[in-house]
Ligand binder design. Structure first.
Ligand SMILES: [Zn+2]
Length: 276
């Protein structure tokens, strides 16, 4: 659903990531990728567009040049969902109305007490703006994806954030994240599963041929641990144990508990209501 700002992820993953080859980055350097904005009336500022284009170019390069099929597919399909308009893009700073209200609810701030806003221009207060600026790298609701354009996020980090958030959209994470979607009362086990899967996708994307079930299970568990959930993972695993590796196998090998790669066939129905 959302991705907290995390310096740990950068330090853990960048060290294992080979530099993109000169030919791969040169190949896409001049390409401008089309994308659809969450709010065409308030387009992304130039700096944010350029930041996004660099990340899309990184996805295109990985889609062509990554070592493993898994990484190429994650990159290619993430990029395709964005360039096909299956996912709409905006900045966290520029988010207004109900999507910003949902961000506010996830942080439990006073600005969004009461029922969901019906004001498309809803902005909240300074506390919310500061919290979002400090606390979020990415966010999604429905098929709308928001990234932290004001932050100095490295290109590969933004590309990984896009992989994370598009994975959430593909799996309609907001529909199972909450015990009560109106009050944002989190279902800790389901929310854990949604975040765990999104971090797995990120891990396989970034680490490429350095990724495996064990290393990505460990990494995903570490990052979801920062969310403060109290899940009962054993309740969804055959062993009944709280085992991140078993959870990872279920997602990666058995394609149970959702999908890692955001293929087009997952985009069915509308995004205004949750599937039954
Ligand atoms: Zn997330």
């Amino acid at each position: 659903m959302f991705k907290l700002t995390s310096l740990v992820l950068v330090s853990l993953l960048v060290g294992c990531t080979p530099e993109p080859s000169a030919s791969a980055s040169h190949h896409t350097e001049d390409t401008t990728h089309v994308f659809s904005e969450t709010n065409p009336n308030a387009p992304l500022p130039t700096s944010a567009r350029e930041q996004l284009q660099r990340a899309l170019a990184a996805l295109a390069a990985a889609g062509d040049g990554a070592d493993t099929e898994q990484t190429r597919e994650l990159a290619k399909q993430t990029l395709a969902r964005i360039t096909d308009g299956d996912v709409l893009i905006g900045s966290i700073e520029g988010a207004r109305g109900i999507d910003r209200w949902h961000m506010c609810k996830d942080f439990g701030l006073g600005a969004c007490d009461g029922p969901p806003t019906e004001d498309p221009d809803w902005l909240g207060d300074d506390e919310l703006a500061n919290t979002l600026a400090d606390g979020l790298d990415g966010y999604m609701w429905g098929n709308r994806l928001y990234f932290a354009s004001a932050a100095t996020m490295e290109t590969e980090m933004l590309a990984a954030t896009l992989v994370h958030e598009v994975n959430h959209v593909a799996n309609r994470s907001e529909c199972s994240y909450y015990a009560d979607i109106l009050s944002h009362e989190v279902d800790d086990t389901h929310a854990y599963i949604e975040e765990f899967r999104a971090f797995l996708a990120e891990c396989f994307y970034i680490e490429d041929d350095g990724a495996n079930i064990d290393s990505c299970a460990q990494l995903a568990a570490e990052h979801v641990g920062e969310y403060g959930f109290f899940p009962d993972i054993g309740s969804v695993l055959a062993s009944g144990n709280d085992d991140p590796v078993e959870l990872t196998r279920l997602m990666v090998e058995s394609h149970e508990l959702g999908e890692l790669v955001p293929v087009a066939s997952l985009w069915q129905g509308d995004f205004d209501t949750c599937p039954e």
